[in-house]
Design a protein around this ligand. Structure first.
Ligand code: FAD
Length: 427
């Protein structure tokens, strides 16, 4: 049933971040209201990769089995060179699951969003659409939002989960989004359409190439095939407004290997995503207004951790709410200041690492010439079974700063190792 009267928490934005946080806090017995700008709750786009640091949380929420039914658990994650299609590194996702205890899986964005929407409804979250929040302010013992029609609402805590172009972020921080000059095209097509394209149906495959990359994996129990094509837009580099258009898509992938070349004509051409992030910031908590998800830390998507970070944010906040509440206290008796301080203390640094690594990861993927060969040698030299480069991301989400594992640092390369690697490279 919808919440009567004043909620304990107002959440602005009903994307994956807002809804997953609403569910996490409702599980703690709090009365939650979600205010969403759109006329309906929903997600645009196609596939989403969810790594063990997220499936671990879905399992705790009792949602993992359903997620697995809706999605696909691939066998391998394979990186290939987009020009010669040779393999660079292969992660066995079965081994990865044994390592982390939870699967690496892929799911349609609307299926994951729908899962949280149903979970919120069942948990009694008050879900309200057609609510555009235009302003935020702190009050005595809480915060207040103003809607586009002038109405206001108040609660002890307001969570701004309003995405990359967050109004709250604009008001509280005032920084700009950072354009990467890269654009993403997506497509999810019936698997029959791509069976003859040389695809690996059971794998997540990433083809990395000069100023471009291409991602493929099956979705919806294997019935659909998801593709993402990303490239640097010459028009963006030239400072033109209208950048990332379909003519640029075709030109960017000329010269890539056959499988990639066959995938490009299938991309949706009526919409594309100019890829933006923001510089990391240290302060997400402003009195009783707190940033969460892309509003706090929008990444470039190369680590495939954006939605996951948002889900982790909500989980961490809810865990601190639970930890800090006396056993006999009423559900609404939350020490918000302490919970928010604990949330910020651990999440800011983790997400800063993901944001900066995503930028560096993107640069590495998109190298050309000698640097491309150096990159390929590094990748071929990686021993996936070491897990040093995934533990800090896929391990259990830290609740305290001292639980955050150290970051992976690659070994420097010599030119002898590059030649050796090229000669020994598998086809
Ligand atoms: P959003 O999804 O942007 O939701 C914000 C919500 O707030 C929206 O519903 C919006 O309508 C609402 N809203 C906005 N303004 C207002 C307002 N003023 N008032 C009320 N409501 C408002 N992440 C992964 O984890 N794995 C992946 O594989 C992955 N792949 C990606 C591929 C691409 C091409 C891209 C572009 C991103 C990818 N991401 C991935 C990142 C992921 O999509 C985002 O990080 C994630 O969706 C952010 O969720 P959010 O809820 O914080 O924000």
């Amino acid at each position: 049933p919808p919440t009567e009267g004043r909620p304990d928490v107002l959440i602005v934005g009903g994307g994956i971040g807002g809804l997953s946080t609403a569910f996490a806090l409702a599980r703690e017995g709090l009365r939650i209201r979600v205010l969403e700008r759109a006329p309906e709750f929903g997600e645009v786009g196609a596939g989403l990769q969810i790594a063990p640091n997220c499936t671990r949380i879905l399992d705790e929420y009792g949602l993992l089995d359903e997620a697995k039914e809706l999605g696909v658990v691939p066998e391998n994650m394979v990186m290939r060179d987009a020009l010669d299609s040779r393999e660079l590194v292969r992660l066995d996702l079965g081994d990865l699951e044994r390592r982390y205890g939870f699967p690496y899986m892929v799911i349609h964005r609307s299926d994951l969003h729908g899962l949280f929407l149903r979970a919120c409804r069942e948990a009694g979250v008050d879900l309200v659409t057609d609510q555009t929040v235009v302003d935020y302010e702190n009050t005595d013992g809480g915060a207040r939002i103003t809607l586009a029609d002038g109405r206001t609402e108040e609660a002890p805590l307001v969570i701004a989960a309003d995405g990359l172009r967050s109004v709250a972020r604009q008001k509280l921080i005032g920084d700009d989004v950072v354009s990467s000059d890269y654009v993403a095209y997506r497509a999810a097509v019936p698997i029959e359409q791509v069976r003859d394209n040389g695809i690996a149906e059971k794998d997540v495959t990433v083809y990395v190439g000069p100023r471009c990359h291409f991602v493929q994996y099956a979705l919806r129990g294997g019935d659909m095939f998801n593709q993402v094509a990303v490239f640097q837009s010459p028009k963006a580099l030239a400072g033109q407004e209208d950048w990332g258009t379909p003519d640029e898509l075709d030109a960017a992938f000329e010269g890539t290997c056959e499988t990639v070349g066959k995938g490009i004509p299938l991309m949706w051409r009526d919409r594309w995503w100019q890829m933006m992030d923001r510089d990391p910031i240290d302060t997400w908590v402003h009195g009783r207004i707190v940033l969460l998800g892309d509003a706090a830390h929008p990444p470039l998507q190369y680590m495939a951790q954006g939605a996951i970070m948002a889900i982790e944010d909500g989980w961490v906040l809810a865990r601190h709410v639970s930890r800090l509440r006396a056993e006999d206290a009423a559900p609404s008796a939350v020490d918000w200041d302490a919970a928010l301080a604990a949330y910020e203390a651990v999440r800011v640094e983790h997400c800063r690492r993901i944001l900066t690594t995503a930028r560096a990861w993107g640069e590495l993927w998109h190298l050309d010439g000698t640097e491309r060969l150096q990159r390929n040698a590094i990748m071929r030299g990686v021993d996936p079974a070491e897990y040093a480069f995934t533990d800090w991301v896929y391990g259990p989400t830290a609740l305290f700063p001292d639980e955050e594992p150290p970051m992976f640092r690659p070994v420097p390369l010599t030119s002898a190792r590059i030649e050796e690697s090229e000669a020994a490279a598998p086809d």
